[in-house]
Design a protein around this ligand. Structure first.
Ligand SMILES: [Fe+2]
Length: 206
């Protein structure tokens, strides 16, 4: 990959990370602020990742139908930059099936998998297409999700009720707490923050 392509991706990612940080601060949430103490202050080391597409990108335009006035600018920025970012999938067809993989993906801004190398915390976007369930999973790192779209349902714990968490809601998962998400007619775009050990480890699913 050419140096200029890498440099462009780093610049794009840092610009998006700056907008994400501003959005997180706007929530004025105590737990979010605790995570933000460890936010990177400079670009630092980078990974030579390639911009790529995923099937879930078919639903990028539909995200705009699910935003709130507060989240619309950040979602628009992500949509505009999506083709310049590196997108990943942690699971394989044996985990949740092929259908799940056509409507699931994430892009990490910084962390153990992101274009910006960082090990104190990780942050990025989770993207789910409509009519899909991200089945129960759990992991060691403590996690915050902030959905940027409306219409997705979240479950925390085992056999507990599902709740719609609207755009801008802070969803907090303590280490090893089982959680799941599902969408209906609208796709879900959510910010994530992770902190703790094993930031790059795959979630436990069964
Ligand atoms: Fe999680």
């Amino acid at each position: 990959m050419s140096q200029s392509l890498i440099l462009n991706m780093v610049k794009t990612t840092w610009a998006l990370a700056t907008a994400v940080k501003t959005y997180f601060h706007s929530l004025q949430n105590e737990i979010v602020e605790q995570f933000l103490v460890d936010w990177p202050t400079a670009v630092g080391e980078t990974r030579p990742l390639t911009p790529n597409g995923l099937p879930v990108h078919d639903y990028l335009p539909a995200l705009e139908t699910a935003v709130s006035p507060q989240t619309a600018p950040l979602v628009a920025q992500l949509i505009e930059m999506a083709s310049h970012l590196h997108w990943g999938q942690t699971y394989n067809p044996e985990d949740f099936g092929n259908d799940f993989l056509t409507r699931y993906g994430w892009t990490e801004l910084f962390g153990p998998r992101g274009v910006l190398k960082y090990d104190k915390i990780a942050s990025g976007f989770l993207f789910l297409g409509p009519h899909i369930e991200y089945p129960p999973h759990w992991h060691e790192p403590e996690e915050i999700y902030v959905p940027l779209t409306n219409g997705a349902y979240w479950q925390k714990g085992e056999a507990t009720p599902w709740h719609e968490h609207t755009a801008g809601t802070v969803v907090h998962h303590e280490p090893w707490v089982k959680h799941a998400m599902r969408t209906e007619k609208r796709p879900l775009l959510a910010l994530y923050l992770w902190r703790g050990n094993a930031l790059a480890q795959k979630s436990t699913i069964r």
